[in-house]
Design a protein around this ligand. Sequence first.
Ligand SMILES: Cc1cc2nc3c(=O)[nH]c(=O)nc-3n(C[C@H](O)[C@H](O)[C@H](O)COP(=O)(O)OP(=O)(O)OC[C@H]3O[C@@H](n4cnc5c(N)ncnc54)[C@H](O)[C@@H]3O)c2cc1C
Length: 386
Amino acid sequence: MAGKAKTAIIIGGGIGGLTTAIALRRKGIEAAVYERAPEIREVGAGLTLWANAVKALGKLGLAEAVKAAGAPGMGGSIRTWQGDVLSSLTSEELERRYGAANLGIHRADLQRILLDRLGEEVVHLGATCSGFSQDEDGVTVRFEDGREARADVLIGADGIHSTVRAQLFGKEKPRYSGYTAWRGVVELPDAGQRANAAFETWGCGQRFGHVTIGQGRVYWFAVRNTRPGETDAPQGRQAEVGRLFADWHAPIPALIAATAEAAILRNDIYDREPLKRWSEGRVTLLGDAAHAMTPNLGQGACQAIEDAVVLANRLAERDDAAQALLAYEMARIQRANLIVTQSWRIGRVAQWGNPLACAVRNTLFKTLGGALQGPQLNFILGYEVR
Ligand SMILES: Cc1cc2nc3c(=O)[nH]c(=O)nc-3n(C[C@H](O)[C@H](O)[C@H](O)COP(=O)(O)OP(=O)(O)OC[C@H]3O[C@@H](n4cnc5c(N)ncnc54)[C@H](O)[C@@H]3O)c2cc1C
């Protein structure tokens, strides 16, 4: 028997790692985060936090802080590139159905809230985990600079290219989705009035999304089918995205034109095939390390937040740390893997490139939109962490 966990090492200071450290410390488990970067810095983009994640953050006493920092009235529509509404839901309806606000927030604001709550002294920076070994009494973690650290359990929250995952289950390549995404953040005088007007617009092989993230800012993303590793056009990102979406409905072209070149990020989109297991003895995975998913449902960070609360609950309840990690895995793996798969599939449909298929898809969504989305929304947003 491994005994109750009193100490934990978390590898990775992303949203998953920081939230887990907060959740564990609230349960009296001494958790330390080890992050390879020399400073904690999120990318300059927005994030959707759906009701399922806001409810989970509520269990950590963080829901009010994220609502105050972000734009909580998120509701919106799916549209065609000409602007026809295919399906829509107001923020009030979403909140009534799922019992919490849905919101857009700047990633840096979320990270600041998490770090402030945790305390920066809990995060060891410039610490790149290179491997671990476990025995009957605990886990020893090794770092590239020769350091070692020891604790009762190890949590790999080290993202899609997780070192902990590779040691547990072998090295595998991530799966390329077939599309690349640009993301931008822009300050706009009328951003406050756009809160209930989030939208995702579907073309053929292209997509565009718009979400307000509070404090006068709008976050947008643009997606296009490409080969992996394609480089930026010589004229720059803003001009390239502007050209791709030039004749799309308002305010898309104006939004792109108002965004500074330096504020536009580009990433090819990958996920990982779902795993059958996350844990081995005193070691487990969390967040993207466990279930990297495409961003089509805006659930990657939301699922990491759910993981964090459930993991802390199981470790606090169980007298055997290894059994607690297994109980966490059993509570989480099926749900997270299903969302990986759903996200992959919806991305495929949203990125269809055949005009005829797109027309059929749009007609289906226009006639059946609510009926198609309802069960999925109930499953994802209706969830309560335990
Ligand atoms: C384009 C795009 C849009 C998205 N939009 C949304 C959205 O709207 N809503 C949502 O919920 N999710 C969204 N996601 C997903 C979300 O960003 C991720 O799921 C989430 O950030 C994962 O958090 P994490 O902490 O698990 O991993 P990460 O954020 O990847 O953090 C892992 C951390 O581990 C560190 N690390 C890695 N290796 C080591 C090592 N060996 N030693 C020490 N440290 C290490 C890294 O430096 C990093 O800080 C989006 C993703 C993309 C790509």
